[in-house]
Design a protein around this ligand. Structure first.
Ligand code: ZN
Length: 201
């Protein structure tokens, strides 16, 4: 068992990001057994859950004429328009049925404000609206975080870079993550994470 100052953060292992889901990540479900095993090593475990109202501004359907995976401009910067996914209370928003959720002490929901998306577990996409996770981890004495889950190049990468910026030692276990890889986004995310001091293993 690792020291309690090390936390495992499991990003968005939800049905909609797994094969058959609305925004499926290739082999997204393949991370589940690896993550379940990892949970046995950590005393501090947080699960995150993408959790959107049906009117969410990151959904292409809420921008007449826009195609999914196109880019739009939001007051906080560029935003990819996604297929409708992880709608509050739906099966798609539920965790993968084989993911163990019992060992987690906290489930953090993000992306619930209609006007702003939230890739990172720490800040919404304006990079200033906090989710509260920093305070939760620091008040529990956490100094290092290990990130796993979906998708490597969006929610995992944004969470990892924010965690590094907040002063945590950050590791991303790539074999327990899978990527969307939209227009080279995986290579770009790996480079940005490394530049931010995130350890990729
Ligand atoms: Zn989302």
């Amino acid at each position: 068992m690792r020291d309690a100052s090390e936390a495992l953060i499991v990003i968005d292992v939800q049905n909609d990001f797994c094969p058959g889901g609305a925004l499926a990540v290739a082999e997204g479900d393949a991370v589940v057994p690896r993550i379940n095993a990892l949970m046995l090593e950590f005393a501090t475990i947080v699960l995150t859950q993408d959790w959107h109202p049906v009117t969410h501004s990151s959904f292409a359907i809420n921008h007449p004429g826009a195609e999914p995976f196109s880019l739009t401009s939001m007051p906080y910067g560029p935003q990819v328009l996604w297929p409708t996914h992880c709608v509050i209370g739906t099966t798609g928003a539920a965790f993968h049925p084989d993911l163990r959720s019992d060992p987690a002490q906290m489930i953090l929901r993000k992306g619930f404000r209609p006007r702003i998306d939230s890739y990172s577990a720490f800040f919404e996409n304006d990079r200033t609206t906090a989710t509260g996770l920093e305070g939760y981890l620091k008040s529990r004495g956490v100094k290092a975080v290990t990130l796993v889950g979906l998708a490597t190049d969006y929610c995992v990468a944004f969470s990892a870079m924010d965690a590094a910026r907040l002063g945590f030692a950050v590791t991303v276990l790539e074999d327990a993550c899978r990527a969307i890889d939209l227009n080279g986004s995986l290579a770009a995310a790996r480079q940005q994470m490394q530049a931010a001091g995130v350890e990729l293993t």
